[in-house]
Design a protein around this ligand. Structure first.
Ligand code: F6P
Length: 500
């Protein structure tokens, strides 16, 4: 590994690409994280002297850099206070709700933003330390939006990409953020800024035009070379660059002379490791496990499945309400129908997530108390995370997948379900407020706020003409098979390499 000269390809993400595991002899080891992003980037890392900079998940624990399966891992330490202020606070109680249509109310605290700025600088410095001359650095997601500009200041020689995995909100919502200028300038430090949906890229471009007055043409943002860095904010430093308040010169006409650099802002919808899901769905032990699941649930006619992190953006409450009303109306009957809801534990230190858990578990208990029989349950609720093998067995067991998110950057579960359904059977009910809805047009698309529409879609999914279901699933599969996460990474990195 090139310790002296640095690494040619550096990924910077809030989480490191490995999870800590307990080894057989009771010691600790590391296992590559199972997510699609790591799967897609690992081969590129191995080919090109790759390093991954990220937090290793524990507070107040310094850790030396180490190598693991062809990847150089650079842990970024966080104190307990920083986990509270940067991760649980600014990232997940300010940005997360703000970027997801204010489904929950975002909290704005100056000391949270100060921690966010400090931690972003630490990530930028760690990346600057390991990147080789002229390296490509790819920064991931909303926790690290200041990193591109900070890194550019430290290392003007490197090529910087940024990808936002969650939605980018419309200007009216984004503008609530007291540190909006810092965030925009942070992102504009990148050469290429990727978003999930066209609408996210448009939202970003509109707010850049409106707030900073930068000229934009064909996704190219012309950033003045003397633009302030992310350390300076109009609301703190005296309104120096807020055209919306009429205090800065407008730059909305095409620049005619130098003094600019170009940052491109454009959509690159992410996908899944399709081959891996298909391969697992064909494995005899996983097929046998899916049959066992159906038997254990009492061989219902229709198994509905929901798989989500336990997050208020996922519309789990809306799903339960529709299902409960269908049981009440006699349109579904326990024994003939069963809803399996996997809700994996998430962000348990954040108050809104704690309240959500109480709400969901209260609703499940109430519905099951009302409708269960001694032999059958209405909802099998599982507050666990499962390995991908078990997830694929669940996908194979489920007749209908319910994805009812109120807002979701992409929703990879929808794509995984489709990838697993090689038989062509199975129905996907999909919220139009997910990024996946832009591509999976043959799903039963619903507005999860419209409970009657959701109920009608659930009934349609349970009673659909098998030929209609197969036709839809074939078309969905074509989409997911031809656009996998490897292709997504390639397209982003090719575009980044082509930036001047
Ligand atoms: O979708 C955004 C995201 O940050 C993912 O990158 C991540 O897998 C998921 O949410 C879980 O987030 P956390 O790292 O907060 O557990």
């Amino acid at each position: 590994m090139p310790q002296q000269s640095g690494y040619d390809f550096v990924v910077v993400a809030n989480r490191l690409a490995v999870d800590r595991v307990t080894t057989e002899d009771g010691g600790t080891g590391w296992r590559r994280s199972p997510g699609g992003l790591v799967t897609a980037l690992a081969p590129i890392m191995a080919q090109s002297d790759g390093a991954w900079v990220g937090w290793h998940g524990a507070a107040d624990e310094p850790l030396e850099a180490f190598d693991h399966q062809g990847m150089h891992l650079v842990p970024v330490p966080l104190s307990e206070q920083e986990v509270e202020d940067y991760y649980e606070g600014f990232s997940n109680a300010t940005l997360w709700p703000l970027y997801h249509d204010v489904i929950a109310r975002p909290a704005f605290h100056r000391h949270w933003f100060e921690a966010y700025r400090r931690v972003n600088r630490r990530f930028a410095e760690a990346a600057a330390d390991v990147a080789a001359q002229g390296a490509t650095v790819w920064v991931q997601d909303y926790q690290l939006q200041l990193v591109p500009a900070m890194l550019r200041e430290l290392r003007p020689d490197v090529k910087i990409g940024f990808f936002n995995h969650i939605p980018f909100p419309p200007p009216g919502l984004f503008s609530q953020l007291p540190w909006r200028h810092s965030v925009l300038r942070g992102l504009l430090g990148a050469d290429l800024i990727g978003f999930q949906r066209e609408s996210d890229a448009r939202n970003f471009q509109r707010v850049v035009r409106h707030r900073l007055g930068y000229y934009i043409k064909s996704d190219q943002v012309f950033v003045p070379l003397d633009a302030p860095g992310p350390g300076e904010d109009a609301s703190v430093n005296g309104l120096h660059a807020d055209p919306a308040r009429g205090t800065a010169p407008r730059q909305l006409t095409a620049p005619t002379e130098g003094g600019f650099r170009v940052a491109e802002a454009k959509a690159f919808p992410i996908s899944i490791d399709t081959d891996k899901i298909v391969e697992l769905s064909e494995r005899p032990d996983i097929i046998a496990r899916s049959q066992q699941i159906r038997r254990e649930l009492g061989e219902p006619d229709t198994i509905f499945l929901g798989v989500d992190r336990l997050d208020y953006t996922k519309g789990i409450r809306h799903r339960l309400k529709a299902y409960e009303e269908l049981l009440r109306d006699g349109k579904l009957t326990v024994g003939e129908a069963c809803l399996v809801q996997v809700a994996s534990p998430s962000r348990e230190g954040v108050a809104s997530y704690q309240r959500l858990r109480e709400d969901i578990e209260g609703a499940v208990g109430r519905i099951n108390g009302e409708y269960d029989t001694l032999a059958h349950t209405a909802i099998r609720y599982l507050h666990h995370s499962y390995p991908v093998e078990e997830m694929v067995a669940l996908y194979l067991a489920a007749d209908v997948m319910l994805v009812t998110a109120l807002r979701d950057g992409m929703n990879l579960v929808a794509k995984e379900y489709v990838a697993a359904r090689k038989s062509g059977q199975g129905v996907l009910v999909l919220s139009e407020f997910t990024g996946a809805a832009d591509q999976l047009r043959q799903a039963l698309l619903i507005n999860p706020h419209d409970v009657d529409e959701l109920k009608a879609a659930i009934v349609k999914a349970a009673t659909i003409d098998p030929e209609d279901a197969r036709r839809r699933m074939r078309s969905l599969r074509r989409q997911v098979v031809s656009n996998n996460v490897q292709r997504w990474a390639e397209e982003f990195l090719d575009r980044l390499a082509a930036q001047p």
